[in-house]
Ligand binder design. Structure first.
Ligand code: PHE
Length: 394
């Protein structure tokens, strides 16, 4: 038996080497003017509304860009019209799957660029693949401060970061006269931990004092955290997390947190939040990138067209999805050779003043992260525009 195995070894080695040879050899996908865009999003699982909304936004942008006419690109000495091939992979709201998707899009589909994902921990995993393979990657929505610094020059995002978002939430709290905060943190999420730290820093510097309370993404019973927060008797409760946990937590806290205002970051921005929270009198505010009912003509127009096509009002993720494809196309037009990853990454880094639905986007800074306005949204039978917070302001 061992003998036969041994004699088979050279064959096995050859079989293993073959795919390598073809992957590196002349078998590369031919450049026919098609830009292959790998999209990694949570289409199912606990963050599914983020995926659905971003993908809808991306599709709407694709239709708009195509009807406005895609640019021509130079292929084999000839000008041909650019074609966009968007290849979507569901990361099922799991970090490891996000990394696996990125790898298979890069190695299998040989994508020129990646878009994704939403939850910061998942984007971190994708950025790692992008960094190793030197394929550009743009996140539409991941706000954790360290992402692009760790990800390096091939990585960028089109949303503000949590250094800003946390400070906006802290200043909003102080402006309301709330001096004592209970901060509720999902220990398993980079987004949650980072946003809580940013909030705490500004809140304390402004004279507030804060206590920390913890849960993890997998939790469904929040009775301990609910009780501990109630015992603290804070002026405000800040849930630094995602809607899938924040919604049930607020619902379970109904009597215990009665009369306490609740705030959250963009992670609470989901059309499902209201249903998860259920019947409540709580005063709830959250920071986000976009509000469909903001008094802005461009926003209104986008919200109307989105609703006509998808049958629902867009959340922040929809607008960010729309904008990420716009930023990519702007870079494709400027790139010397958009099919060359280094050239495309350079053009993305040089993005300047691209007008999007969520604001004006420039990535020509050290962190390849735009400085943009935020909105404060109020939960009132839906997510309602409350206040615009100018970039860098409060
Ligand atoms: N900012 C969140 C994160 O980094 C993701 C998110 C963005 C969620 C926008 C909802 C809306 O994890």
């Amino acid at each position: 038996m061992l003998r036969t195995l041994r004699s088979l070894l050279p064959l096995l080695a050859l079989a293993l080497a073959l795919p390598l040879v073809t992957a590196c050899g002349g078998d590369e996908v031919k450049n026919d003017g098609t830009l292959r865009v790998g999209v990694v999003l949570p289409m199912t699982g606990a963050q599914a509304t983020y995926g659905e909304e971003s993908w809808n936004g991306i599709k709407l942008a694709q239709s708009d860009l195509e009807s406005a006419g895609l640019p021509t690109v130079r292929v084999g000495g000839e000008d041909v019209p650019l074609k966009l091939n968007l290849i979507l992979r569901d990361e099922v709201s799991k970090k490891q799957q996000a990394a696996d998707n990125a790898k298979s899009l890069i190695e299998g589909e040989q994508v020129h660029v990646l878009l994704g994902s939403v939850a910061s921990s998942h984007t971190k995993a994708i950025f790692k693949e992008a960094k190793e393979s030197e394929v550009p990657c743009i996140s539409p929505a991941s706000t954790n401060d360290t992402l692009t610094v760790q990800g390096g020059p091939y990585t960028s995002r089109i949303c503000f970061k949590d250094g800003f978002q946390g400070a906006v939430l802290a200043r909003f709290s102080l402006d309301q006269g709330w001096k004592k905060a209970a901060i509720v943190v999902d220990k398993a999420q980079d987004y949650s931990v980072g946003l809580a730290e940013n909030y705490e820093k500004t809140f304390k510097a402004g004279g507030g004092n804060a206590s920390m309370h913890y849960y993890v993404t997998e939790d469904t019973d929040f009775s301990n955290v609910v009780q501990n927060v109630a015992n603290d008797n804070p002026d405000v409760i800040f849930i630094s997390g995602y809607y899938a946990q924040a919604g049930p937590m607020i619902k379970q806290a109904k009597d215990k947190w009665a009369g306490k205002p609740i705030i959250g970051g963009d992670g609470l921005d989901s059309p499902e939040l209201i249903g998860l929270v259920g019947d409540t009198n709580a005063e709830i505010y959250l920071t986000s990138h976009f509000a469909a009912d903001a008094p802005d003509e461009q926003v209104q127009n986008f919200a109307k067209r989105y609703k006509e096509r998808f049958g629902k009002s867009p959340g922040a993720m929809a607008a960010l999805g729309y904008d990420v494809l716009g930023v990519l196309l702007d870079a494709v037009k400027r790139a010397e050779d958009p099919f060359d990853p280094e050239s495309l990454a350079k053009a993305i880094r040089e993005t300047k003043n691209v007008k999007g639905i969520t604001g004006t986007i420039s990535l020509d800074n050290e962190e390849r992260t735009p400085v943009k306005d935020a909105v404060i949204v109020k939960v009132a039978g839906g997510l309602k525009f409350h206040k615009l917070i100018p970039a860098g302001g409060s």
